[in-house]
Design a protein around this ligand. Sequence first.
Ligand code: UT7
Length: 333
Amino acid sequence: MSELRGATIVGTGSAVPQRVITNDDLAQIVDTSDEWIKTRTGISERRIVESDVPVSELCIEAAQKALLNAKTKPEELDLIIVATITPDKIFPSTACIVQEKIGARKAAAFDLSAACTGFIYALEVANQFIVSGTYNTVLVIGAETLSKIVDWQDRSTCILFGDGAGAAVLKKAPPGKGILSTYLGADGSGADLLHVPAGGSKLPASLDTVEGKLHYIRMNGSEVFKFAVRIMAEAALKALEKCNKSKEEIDYLIPHQANIRIIEAALKRLNLSSDKVHINLQHYGNTSAASVPVALDEAVRSNKIKNGDIILLVAFGGGLTWGASVIEWYKDT
Ligand code: UT7
């Protein structure tokens, strides 16, 4: 029998590429405008990696910062989970590449695929490993280079996405501290609403798939929008209910950064004021699995989160998937 214990985030880190692509830059490539993009999405610019930079490079930078903030050596890690839909290769996992590069010799490593909800799914896997007593120290990374799978001639998608990585180190905590509850969900009937058609076992890469642009993101924007508006509040309320907290008790919300209109709808449904939410999509766009951990790291670094605060993380994405975590922030300094 393992001792009764919780799990908590003891350090965060993030990395975004240097290169900035503004809305005006995109208006040079496709028929769009800064005004359309800002009013429909809230996005002003995004960060894009150079063509020879794999996602593991962003993972490593974010991981090293998180380890430093957690005062943890890479050799102490028992497990590394990388949530991504843009791995370096189909296999091996990006987590294995990160494990070697940061020198986490003792750590097991795997990737997790839950699109934009990936970080919350991975956080809960880490939580379960720690609470069960199986592992003591877990590194969770959410990272994407969506620029590599975006069709830069499709104005309905290329304006939305960006690259980045966020990481968190988790350790055990006293029961009732740290992660209080997580609610995860999925609905595979919406799998084709947001997907990359080819490159897997269903439609392996061929000349035809390349010519048909089937290796790029395809999205039914308005259907995903409707789903997102409904599910953000629903997932948040389910996670709160699981740990007997009310929405009035939320000190700070870290939502998936997809569209300002989706976040505003969630705020309204949760009756939260705009000073209780972290928004950075104007700078980075939608970075999928990186979006929540990058925002969390920014909030931590700007001292918006202190011990004892109730933090709510919530995300939705391809799959369809969704998830929310309620955390009582606890860092034993
Ligand atoms: O992590 C999950 C990822 N996905 C999402 O979160 C996406 C959720 N969906 C959305 O955020 C929104 O649906 C979009 C931002 C993608 C689109 O906004 P919308 O208000 O739903 O616009 P729409 O798709 O209904 O398009 C309205 C019009 C269309 O023209 P017509 O048919 O009315 O003449 C589009 O062709 O806007 C046009 N349009 C554009 N115009 C200028 C679409 N994209 C653009 C563009 N620039 N980039």
